[in-house]
Each structure stands twice: as C-alpha cells, then as structure tokens.
Ligand binder design. Structure first.
Ligand SMILES: NC(=O)c1ccc[n+]([C@@H]2O[C@H](COP(=O)([O-])OP(=O)(O)OC[C@H]3O[C@@H](n4cnc5c(N)ncnc54)[C@H](OP(=O)(O)O)[C@@H]3O)[C@@H](O)[C@H]2O)c1
Length: 347
C-alpha cells in the first residue's frame, strides 16, 4: 500500500468536488490500485490548513459547503496562510492544483507548480493558466519531454473536463503521426448553440445560459471563442508539440451566429458547432482555428448534445479516433484529476 501525501490548492467547484468523490472510493483505491491519498495541506482564499498526520476530508467539505474557508479548521487552520508558502514548506508527494485560471499571467498556479517541481513533487492540474502561458517551461521541468527522472506533470482535466482529449493524443496515439484534430471544447457555447437549434435567438440563449449558471455574468471568454482557443493551444503545445501562441490562431466566437445560420446548418441532419481545428497549414505547421462551423450529418459532431464535448484525432497509423463526453459538470474535472493521480501511483 502506497500512501500519497497530497497538497490541494483551490477548494472551489473542482477542489471541493475532488474531496467529495474520494470517500466512496477509498476501498477501491486501496484494493485495485494499492494507494491511499493523505491530504497534508489544503488552501483557499481564507488561508491554509496543514497537518503532516492528514487532514479530515469530511470536515473540509462540510466547511466549504457552509461557504467558509479552511483557515477556520480547528487546530490545523492557518488564517492568511499563503498557498505558495504551504507548497514550499510542507513535505508532500503530489500537488493537486485547482486555483482560478488567469490566462494573462498563469498565476497563482504557475508559481505553485514551479515550487512543487523545485521540491520534486508530481503535479496534477485542473487550472489552465500556467499551461497556456508557460507550457515549454513546465514541460522542461517535468517528465513531459520524456525524462522520467523529473517530476510528473498531468493535466487531463484542463482541456474539456473528463473528455480524454489530452490522454488520447499523447498516450493512446503514441508512435503515430497526428494529421489533424477537430474538437468541441467549450461547454457554454455548445449549450447556447443547442438552445438556438431549439428556437431561441442568440440573446435569449445567452440570458437562459446565464440564468441556469452555465454562462458567466461576463461571458466574453466563452462566446468570443477564447476559452476554446486556450484549450486548443494546450493541445497544440502539449500533444502536437508545436510551440504556439494565441496570437497565431484564428479565433471567431459565436456572437455573430444567427438563427438562420443554425437552420441552414441543421438542414439535412447537420449542425452548427464551435469547432476547434488543427489541420496541416501551408508552411508545414498546423493551422489552428476556432470558428462556428457547419458539420454535415455524417460528422461525429452532428448529433452532439447540449452538454457534450468531443474530439476527433486523425492519425497515420491509428486512423480516426473519436471520443465524446456527456459532461458531469465539476465532477468530470475532479474525476480527471483522480485518473491522473492513479496513472501516476496506481499499481
Ligand atoms: N469548473 C469547471 O467545470 C472546470 C473545468 C475544467 C477546469 N477548471 C479549472 O479548474 C480551476 C478551478 O475551477 P473552479 O470552478 O473550482 O474555480 P472556483 O470555484 O472559483 O474555485 C477557486 C478556488 O481557489 C481559491 N482561490 C481563489 N483565489 C485564490 C488565491 N489568490 N489564493 C488562494 N486561493 C484562491 C478559492 O477560494 P475560496 O473557496 O475561498 O473562494 C476557491 O477555493 C480553474 O482554474 C478552472 O479554470 C474548471
């Protein structure tokens, strides 16, 4: 039995859900994978809670469900405790990183991951900021470039939640040459386009998506295509291994999509989707784009449902590989963090 000492940074939708799905799985983790997870440090915006003997997961979840910070945990809470200091000073094997994504600076995740690597910890990320802004650096400091003596970096939940978008590309198509990628990676726009297919205008679909909590009060990142573009950027850098910047990608969101566009695309069984694409460009590099695109009835994405995401890889020796995921909200991302953890430590 291996006991994995974990640090968890960020206890919002994803971090809290990760802790919530664990207790029911403890026996399976022990019996099937030979591991148990011991949380020696956790942190949110209130501060940190640290205990080398292991923190009480149920107490943390209860506190977060009361919308209180972990600094309030009796005996172990540290009001104002700093996440970076926790990673720099607490002995652990694995950092699970789930703080908010900042695609301009990569912070706070970037400095947390750097500190973990300096200390030889493996890292599993849900946040995207550091992957978008500093992928080359993270790959060079970790096992991603093939040096297994370095700490491991995994982030299968950062690109469309539970959809195995990263894993298929870097693991299951290993040894082949990827010819192209097509993907639907943004949940908000897929929900809105599906609502428009059912008769709503763009404005009605956006208002409804905001009402049910699918779209942010400021939906710009989603509806203008930037969230999808950031995910495609991670695939370009991490899977296609093509160093790419956002400025090199062609990005068009769904703000200009009309009901007439949807109807035209839906005729004969097709659909309009926000399609992320990597295809061979004229200069020998992949051309990367995000744009509303009509796909025909025979395309795997033509029947993609309201909460579904998907990816299609074309490889020279593996052929066409398709994955679809009916989303489970934050649970899907938490599940992806668990699979990453088991891929590192499971027997
Ligand atoms: N939500 C999804 O479905 C999804 C899917 C894939 C990837 N992701 C990524 O996963 C990450 C977490 O998402 P989420 O939905 O869980 O976000 P969230 O609900 O906003 O949670 C963020 C957590 O980080 C803490 N935090 C924020 N700023 C902090 C700071 N400066 N120092 C310390 N702690 C800080 C918050 O503290 P408080 O609890 O005290 O507010 C909260 O616990 C994001 O990077 C997101 O892009 C999310």
């Amino acid at each position: 039995m291996k006991t994995i000492r974990c640090l968890l940074t960020g206890l919002g939708n994803i971090g809290r859900t990760f802790l919530e799905i664990l207790p029911a799985r403890e026996a399976r983790l022990r019996e099937q994978y030979g591991v148990e997870l011991k949380f020696v440090g956790v942190g949110d915006s209130s501060g940190t809670a640290i205990s080398p003997d292991g923190l009480d997961i149920a107490a943390i979840v209860a506190l977060k469900n009361e919308r209180r910070g972990v600094a309030n945990l009796p005996g172990v809470g540290r009001p104002g405790g700093n996440l970076l200091e926790m990673v720099e000073t607490t002995d652990a094997d694995l950092l699970l990183e789930a703080t908010p994504t900042d695609i301009e600076t990569g912070q706070p995740g970037l400095d947390l991951v750097r500190a973990a690597f300096r200390r030889g910890m493996n890292v599993v990320m849900a946040s995207k900021g550091a992957l978008v802004t500093a992928f080359d650096e993270l790959a060079a400091s970790s096992d991603w470039n093939g040096d297994r003596t370095k700490p491991a970096l995994r982030f299968s939940g950062a690109v469309a939640s539970a959809l195995p978008s990263v894993n298929i590309g870097w693991r299951d198509l290993a040894g082949g040459e990827i010819k192209s990628i097509e993907a639907v990676l943004n949940g908000t726009t897929q929900v809105m386009l599906t609502m428009m297919r059912e008769g709503k205008t763009y404005d009605e679909a956006l208002a409804e998506a905001q009402r049910i909590g699918v779209a942010e009060p400021d939906p710009t990142l989603d509806v203008e295509g930037w969230d999808a573009a950031n995910k495609l950027l991670i695939l370009a850098n991490a899977v296609l291994r093509q160093p790419t910047k956002l400025s090199e990608m062609s990005v068009t969101g769904i703000t200009g999509v009309t009901v007439a566009d949807i109807e035209a695309a839906s005729a004969n069984g097709g659909a309009l989707i926000l399609l992320c694409k990597a295809e061979p460009g004229p200069d020998g590099r992949f051309a990367l784009s995000v744009a509303p695109t009509a796909v025909p009835a025979e395309h795997p994405f033509s029947r993609l449902g309201r909460k579904e995401s998907g990816i299609v890889y074309e490889s020279d020796i593996f052929g066409r590989m398709v994955a679809l995921n009916l989303g489970q909200g934050p649970t899907g991302t938490a599940a992806a963090m668990l699979r990453d953890t088991l891929s590192l430590y499971g027997k």
